[in-house]
Design a binder for this molecule. Structure first.
Ligand code: ZN
Length: 166
């Protein structure tokens, strides 16, 4: 009898890889949502300046995050901190297409306090990042654990089949 028994182990490996990948994607999506929510609830207000008429007005952070910022120009400044050189992103200009309450045109409005908004939301982003990274690691460990147990069972099953063939 030369027929080899069916070996489910490659299937377990593939399922494990797919589950891990899916979990990473789920965590990334949850992170983006949590980060947006933390910005929306931070109570930050964006000070906008209409690029058409120059009027200044305020927009809530949740409104700013809803469609996202666009047409950004940012430069990275390198500054010296102690002995190390630190790169610090510095947004020169950050704009978003919004309906202006003064001239009524939907046009680009510059976010005047982007650096302030960045500082205020950074802590929320870091917190959401750490939470979801831990979630990712925990979920990944669980998948590996389940896959390990499944592999052991499959191994025992294959061995028992081989012995039965003999
Ligand atoms: Zn305007």
């Amino acid at each position: 009898m030369s027929l080899l028994p069916f070996d489910p182990r490659p299937i377990i490996t593939i399922v494990m890889a797919v589950a891990l990948l899916a979990w990473v994607i789920v965590c990334a999506v949850l992170f983006v949502r949590a980060a947006r929510r933390s910005m929306a609830t931070s109570g930050c207000v964006g000070r906008m300046r209409c690029e058409h008429c120059g009027a200044e007005y305020e927009v809530g952070a949740s409104e700013l995050m809803r469609v996202g910022l666009s047409k950004s120009v940012s430069v990275t400044k390198t500054r010296r901190e102690g002995a190390a050189l630190v790169d610090e992103p510095h947004y020169l200009r950050y704009s978003k297409k919004l309906p202006c309450p003064h001239c009524g045109r939907t046009t680009y409005a510059q976010v005047l306090n982007i650096n302030e908004l960045r500082d205020a939301t950074r802590s929320g982003f870091v917190k959401a990042g750490v939470t979801h990274l831990l979630l990712m690691v925990a979920g990944g460990a669980l998948v590996l654990l389940v896959a390990g147990v499944a592999m052991d069972i499959a191994q025992a099953w294959v061995v028992a089949q081989l012995q039965g063939l003999r």
